[in-house]
Design a protein around this ligand. Sequence first.
Ligand code: PHE
Length: 371
Amino acid sequence: MEQLAHQQAETLAAIAAAASADALETIRIAALGKQGWISALLKTLGAMTPDQRSVEGPRIHAARESVTAALAARKADLENAELEQRLARETIDLTLPAPERPRGSIHPVSQVMDELAEIFADMGFAVASGPEIEDDWHNFTALNMPETHPARAMHDTFYFPDQDAAGRSMLLRTHTSPVQIRTMLAVVEKNPGGAPLRIIAPGRVYRSDSDATHTPMFHQVEGLVIDKGIHLGHLKWTLETFLKAYFERDDIVLRLRPSYFPFTEPSVEVDVGYTLVSGKRVLGGSEGWMELLGSGMVNRKVIEMGGLDPDVWQGFAFGVGVDRLAMLKYGMDDLRAFFDGDGRWLAHYGFGAGDVPTLSAGVGTQAGARA
Ligand code: PHE
């Protein structure tokens, strides 16, 4: 068995001299591969007498062990050496000034929409969307506002002068509620029996109106839940849970007042309580009330327009101004400034790209502390 000692020494020497991972692999195959010399020796064990085997077995195994260990050790050495070389090569001069790049910021409206998506995702809501150039049917008729309905007049709608190719009157959507119809119809198309759904639909809406608290374009977020056995209690719980998470306060108190929207029945206007702290209104408590959003149980006629059977499916919906939510949380007082595109306003109220709202870190905590 001089032969084994000799081959083992040769292999170990080759390993020590190997200069690359590839060279090591070649050596490994020659020794331990299917056709390798150690594998060949292992195969001879079967033909030996028991006495012979008890002597040769341990020797061959020991050779295999030492070659395997040497391969692993050399591989680690080579890797370390390469890392050392790279670290030596890749230097950076920390005394150089960082390159000056124009730094943008996230608009508060985008930030708040991300916060809303985060909060509602936790309650099982998906984000839906619809077109800003809408047709009369989705924006009004399907929401229980036929052509002669007086509520249409209250919307200060921007109409397009011409009808579209299909003869529909087109307009800039006056609210996000048409997304309710689009979402229901899309669900029914996929599943004619209908299906429960929970969505929020944030987006731009348009009304011909302009002063300190109104801009011709503003943002709303629509909420819609359709399921079996849905009642006002679900609506109130959802809004309370949402507003507590959004304003990051547990003492948010809601007041529901009867109201009227053609697409909900009953309809409720939701007020949120505030407390006066050195003359300033701070949300929470119930010293005074401010109007926050419109909502209600989805009108049976709207559920029908959405292609669902109102005897089977019920739901609630709400619509709230995103800009207003941003103003209340981050302390801005003029809505028009939102859309002036003034870099100074954005630098002051904007959010860094790293201020990603998450429930675990607090939605908007970092920037909230700044405002
Ligand atoms: N679409 C209504 C508005 O713009 C708000 C609303 C949405 C009310 C959903 C009830 C239900 O004023």
